[in-house]
Design a protein around this ligand. Structure first.
Ligand SMILES: [Zn+2]
Ligand SMILES: [Zn+2]
Length: 283
């Protein structure tokens, strides 16, 4: 598994996990879908999206992804917290679909909640009407295509249902945590749901040291992010979702230095911000 960051760390999230060989039919999974301006060919190559929560900066570009994938004969998947099925259905219902096009695309939405996971299929052939597939006990994980084991944990983001995720494949483990409050409840939920011991943790660091503001907004300071990397026994930490107000290289360097005082293995991000770079997912 390789995670590519297609946007600046202070911009709306655009993380893509490539599973398998980049040039031979890899499975591609997007972690949240908030970033505008991704190229249609990139979006078309994304097999599924993991949505942490339905705030607009994490969910807005699902429309563009649906547009790209609807013009294929492929089945795509969406995983999200309670309420995601209805929200996804609303996106599909917002558009007129050309009765003349003959694609047979479909989307299966997996909605987590309590001890159960519920699946609903939306098929192009039936004009994306919701077809319940069923619900079952999840046992803490869901198997995704390409033998990826997905673990999820509910985390507190004010009143908004929000999930954190961990992906496991061939012994490699990566976790993605964003938009939550740094508190005992979050730590417990993450450890119980995702486990510990990650090769990579990709985690928000919305604020610098404004702890009060961070807890009001249910976000982390960069120092809390670094502490979490220790708590979760991560090998490497990547910072994402910095506040827009820290939107330049100088602030990014300040964030990185601060994180390294607590967690030295905070990595320099490699991101692809120039328009042209968004046309391809780096190998
Ligand atoms: Zn949010
Ligand atoms: Zn956010």
């Amino acid at each position: 598994m390789k995670i590519s960051q297609l946007n600046e760390p202070w911009n709306d999230s655009a993380l893509v996990v490539t599973v398998g060989n980049n040039s031979v039919n890899p499975v591609r999974i997007m972690l949240d879908c908030g970033a505008n301006g991704l190229h249609r060919d990139v979006l078309k190559s994304i097999d599924g999206v993991l949505i942490t929560h339905a705030h607009v900066d994490h969910f807005a570009s699902v429309d563009s992804w649906v547009r790209a994938r609807s013009r294929t004969d492929l089945e795509s998947f969406v995983v999200g917290p309670p309420g995601i099925t209805e929200r996804f259905a609303h996106k599909l219902a917002a558009y007129e679909w050309d009765p003349e096009d003959r694609f047979s695309s479909s989307f299966v939405v997996w909605e987590t909640g309590g001890t159960q996971i519920r699946a609903t299929r939306f098929s192009r052939r039936t004009n994306f009407e919701a077809e319940p597939v069923g619900a079952r006990e999840h046992g803490g994980y869901l198997m995704l295509p390409c033998d990826v084991k997905l673990r999820f944990a509910p985390v507190r983001h004010r009143e908004t249902p929000c999930n954190a995720y961990a992906l496991e494949h061939l012994g490699q483990r990566v976790a993605y945590v964003t938009d939550t409050l740094y508190c005992d409840e979050t730590l417990r939920s993450l450890k119980d749901g995702l486990g510990t011991g990650f090769d990579e943790l990709w985690c928000e660091a919305c604020f610098f040291d404004e702890e009060e503001r961070a807890s009001e907004r249910c976000h982390f300071t960069v120092f809390q992010t670094a502490r979490l990397a220790k708590e979760l026994k991560a090998n490497k930490l990547y910072l994402v979702h910095l506040s827009y107000r820290y939107g330049d290289e100088l602030y990014l360097q300040r964030h990185l230095s601060a994180a390294r005082t607590i967690f030295p293995m905070t990595m320099d991000p490699v991101y692809f911000s120039a328009g042209g770079d968004k046309n391809v997912i780096p190998a």
